[in-house]
Design a protein around this ligand. Structure first.
Ligand code: TPP
Ligand code: SF4
Length: 485
């Protein structure tokens, strides 16, 4: 036995267990003979060889390979159908040091995602696209793809693809290679050992170029889909070799450096563009910045018309002015007014990984349904502000500081129920100390258009703050276990 050595094994870039398969943790979900698994292996091997696993982000598509994230032990983002190269663009631009891979099938890249791929390539984004062309929609059971061959039968072309009705197969590698910016475009095939070795080289070269910062690279990989072709795996590979390559000739379509003419573009920061420079970090802001090192995740929830989304926007705007990283993610139903509405806000001194807030450290619940829905998601140590004089009898929130602020009632006394959100903002700032009041006043005075409302908002902000520092402490604040005291 000692004369034998292992020459092929699981790439270290793959997870040790593939959790998707409960009973078969060692294997993927792909059909026997499918090209996706082979392509995954060569990408994983190349990433390992280049030593870039821990700075790689895979963008998985919609299609059979949607579950890329179950296999690659790298960063993973799943994009909406066809949007992988646009998502990859965003990821690369915000993480220039990352290796970003957009992995897409032919339905995904050449049909619904045509615009995204063309423009990503045309801009010369420094990403690598692996384009699996199996000439069919695999996952959905075999509809015609833009790459389906003339005469090829699919569920949507039962008489075979007819150019006068269905157009001609689109040659993506050739099309992309007509653009100025791409640096490397090659078409390879997974049909026999010789071609698979060539494909491995192309995959590695594309990734190497990205690592060097060369620009846009794409490898189109002709791939067998035995299940939809209704062929044995060996016959499907033969079909790729003998039929598919005739329509899609293999070879290098682009291998050169782009020739960009340098143009002097004035670089302006986002803060300058938004006209919020010059104000700098206020003294109070600096104090807050020192105090706050990690993210503060906030959810504001209620019904449409309560100014829920605006309250989130104001917090995000304030965070921006304090030179924090911010995100604001709104969610509301089609009916808007009186329908359920909420938004997620993150304020951080570090880059924000996701705008989604599923376990808010701070919840401002402007009505009872949102209290019931999101209250249980606030972790121990969090703060829950409720728009009411007291909590409903049956609700308890273990380990959470619950503050009942009758924001709407206070706003009514001021003269406009619509400033209830700003009352809540005053209470929130006072309870959490997450942003300075001076910035809140500045933002309100600049963003609110009507002078009368500016005055009311200032009163509302102060009223929320005062309620907390005077009345609330006198008895309206619930105990840390969520019970009323
Ligand atoms: C917006 C949207 N439209 C349609 C679908 C349905 N859908 C799922 S996979 C798929 C086709 C994928 O085909 P392809 O990109 O060729 O990948 P394969 O499955 O062959 O690997 C479609 C149309 C969807 N998920 N989302
Ligand atoms: S349907 Fe085709 S593309 Fe999808 S996993 Fe099976 S063989 Fe692969």
């Amino acid at each position: 036995m000692s004369e034998y050595g292992i020459v092929q094994s699981r790439a270290p870039v793959f997870f040790k267990r593939f959790d998707r398969k409960e009973e078969n943790q060692h294997q993927t979900h792909y059909c026997p003979g499918c090209g996706h698994g082979v392509a995954h292996k060569m990408i994983a091997d190349a990433l390992g060889e280049l030593g870039v696993q821990d700075r790689t982000i895979m963008v998985s598509p919609v299609g059979c390979s949607v579950f890329v994230y179950y296999y690659f032990d790298t960063g993973n983002v799943q994009a909406a159908h066809g949007r992988a190269s646009a998502v990859a663009t965003g990821l690369k631009r915000s993480n220039p040091e990352a290796m970003v891979i957009s992995y897409q099938g032919d339905g995904d890249l050449a049909a619904i995602g045509t615009a995204e791929i063309i423009h990503a390539a045309n801009r010369g984004e420094n990403i690598t696209v692996f384009f699996l062309n199996n000439a069919i929609y695999g996952m959905t059971g075999g509809q015609m793809a833009p790459t389906t061959l003339v005469g090829q039968v699919s569920t949507t072309t039962p008489w075979g693809r007819r150019p006068n009705n269905d157009g001609f197969p689109i040659k993506m590698a050739e099309m992309i290679a007509t653009l100025e910016a791409p640096v490397y475009v090659e078409r390879v095939a997974l049909c026999d050992s010789k071609h698979i070795l060539q494909a491995r080289k192309a995959v590695k070269k594309a990734l190497e170029l990205q690592k060097q910062g060369a620009g846009f690279t794409m490898v189109e990989i002709l791939s067998p889909c035995p299940t939809i072709l209704k062929m044995e795996p060996t016959a499907a590979r033969r079909w790729v070799a003998e039929t598919l390559t005739k329509q899609f000739p293999l070879g290098v379509y682009r291998d050169r450096k782009p020739e960009f003419v340098p143009v002097a573009v004035p670089q302006t920061s986002v803060a300058e563009l938004l006209g919020i420079t010059g104000k700098g970090i206020t003294e109070a802001g600096e104090r807050h910045a020192r105090r706050q090192h990690c993210a503060r995740t906030i959810k504001v929830a209620g019904f449409g018309g309560q100014g829920i989304l605006l309250l989130g926007q104001l917090l995000a705007e304030m965070g921006m002015r304090e030179h924090m990283e911010v995100s604001w993610l709104p969610s509301y139903g089609p009916e808007m007014r009186s329908g359920s509405a909420y938004c997620d806000v993150t304020l951080s001194h570090e880059r924000i990984g996701t705008p989604l807030v599923s376990r808010p450290e701070v919840l401002a619940a402007m009505n009872e349904p949102s209290l019931r829905k999101f209250g249980p998601h606030v972790p121990a140590g969090g703060v829950l502000l409720y728009n009411g004089r007291s909590l409903p009898e049956d609700l308890r929130f273990e380990g959470v500081t619950v503050v009942c602020v009758p924001a709407t009632e206070i706003a009514d006394q001021i003269g406009a129920a619509k400033v209830g959100n700003v009352v809540m903002m005053g209470a929130l700032l006072e309870a959490t100390d997450c942003l300075p009041f001076s910035t809140a006043r500045e933002v309100l005075s600049e963003l609110v258009k009507y002078p009368k409302l500016v005055e009311m908002n200032e009163l509302a902000l102060e009223a929320g703050r005062n309620f907390l520092s005077s009345e609330a402490l006198a008895g309206a604040v619930a105990g840390p276990d969520g019970c009323r005291e």
